[in-house]
Ligand binder design. Structure first.
Ligand code: P6P
Length: 341
């Protein structure tokens, strides 16, 4: 009889893993565990729709009736509503913030307020759905800063990434995976569609010592600062022996670099004067992925300082993002310091 303690002989569901993580925190009441479970459920529900997206498009634009007689929703609207509806009534959250909603989202008056804050990008890169490119959901969880019991506020949402209690993403690709951390390592789960369960497939993920890739939209080179240009030129030198891989879907690019080794860059650029600080969002894209990256031995910076140390000033604040293998990523700060006056 094989040793039942061996990972290869044990099936670990994501619920089991959440509970094991909770045991490491004796003071935990189980609210974070239940919140993470609800996010896994949201991932399964969104995954079930992403595989039908092409069919939904055949059925016509938003508002058409599909074969089940349901109204066809844009997928990112569906994803946003799914996460909201799974979390608005549970009494675990003080408030929420979503990439899809201009304002922070209060918990409805009639529902109890909890001690956690959920920030999320329901479906990042949804424009890639139509061309069958992997997309993802990203989530960030904080403890509220305002006193317990009352409604959460925008202040509860505007916290630096170093305050994160949990972060994760779901990637909807050739397989559906959920990757998360509560500050005790990074763990990946693959959805077994027959069982409808996320099963542990990537325990204790660490970025490989020998990175393979760098990811940047090379077409924006004319708009980069001198420091960023010198940094990317360094990435391209023979000493790093890297290949360029850029999918244009943040979660997919990040996930590949996390598992295979590499660094992802979305620099500030002068392409769009309205968007001088880069395209990606701090609170529900850069900060949660930065938490995961650092837990996996990597690093994330805006070119000047650690992403997790940035004090947010607005809900949809954008930041330049350099994230991945530490020895490949941290040097951008030196190049920016040296060449960008
Ligand atoms: P660009 C997708 O639209 C997204 O927000 C991220 O997922 C992705 O990393 C980025 O934009 C790609 O942007 O300007 O290179 O097309």
């Amino acid at each position: 009889m094989p040793n039942s303690g061996d990972f290869k002989d044990r099936i670990t569901t994501i619920e089991r893993h959440f509970l094991d993580e909770q045991l490491a925190h004796p003071e935990a009441k189980g609210d974070l565990t239940s919140l993470l479970y609800d996010l896994a459920l949201a991932g399964k529900m969104i995954a079930s729709k992403t595989v039908q997206a092409g069919l939904a498009d055949i059925l016509g634009s938003t508002g058409a009736q599909n074969v089940q007689g349901e109204t066809v929703q844009k997928l990112d609207v569906f994803a946003d509503q799914t996460i909201y509806r799974l979390n608005d009534h549970t009494g675990r959250l003080a408030c929420m913030g979503s990439e899809e909603q201009d304002e922070f989202i209060p918990i409805p008056e009639k529902y109890p307020k909890g001690n956690y804050v959920l920030l999320y990008d329901p479906l990042d890169g949804s424009s890639n759905i139509d061309v069958n490119v992997s997309v993802g959901t990203i989530f960030a969880i904080y403890k509220r800063k305002t006193p317990p019991g009352g409604p959460g506020t925008l202040e509860d949402c505007l916290q630096p990434g170093r305050n994160l209690v949990a972060a994760g993403y779901v990637i909807y690709g050739s397989s559906t995976m959920l990757v998360y951390t509560t500050g005790n390592g990074v763990h990946g789960f693959t959805l077994n569609r027959m069982l409808g369960e996320f099963l542990l497939s990537h325990p204790n993920v660490k970025m490989p010592a020998k990175p393979k890739y760098y990811s940047v939209n090379q077409a924006y080179e004319p708009y980069w600062s001198a420091g960023v240009l010198q940094y990317v030129r360094w990435l391209q030198t023979g000493e790093n022996k890297l290949s360029l891989r850029y999918i244009g879907s943040l979660v997919a690019d990040f996930h590949r670099n996390l598992l295979a080794g590499g660094t992802f860059c979305y620099p500030a650029d002068r392409k769009d004067p309205k968007q001088p600080g880069g395209k990606l969002r701090l609170l529900y894209e850069a900060a949660p992925l930065a938490f995961i990256a650092e837990q996996a031995g990597g690093y994330a910076t805006d070119g000047h300082r650690r992403i997790l140390d940035i004090e947010p000033t607005s809900l949809h604040q954008r930041v330049p993002l350099f994230i991945g293998h530490k020895a490949l990523t941290k040097p951008v700060e030196d190049y920016v310091q040296k060449y960008d006056k």
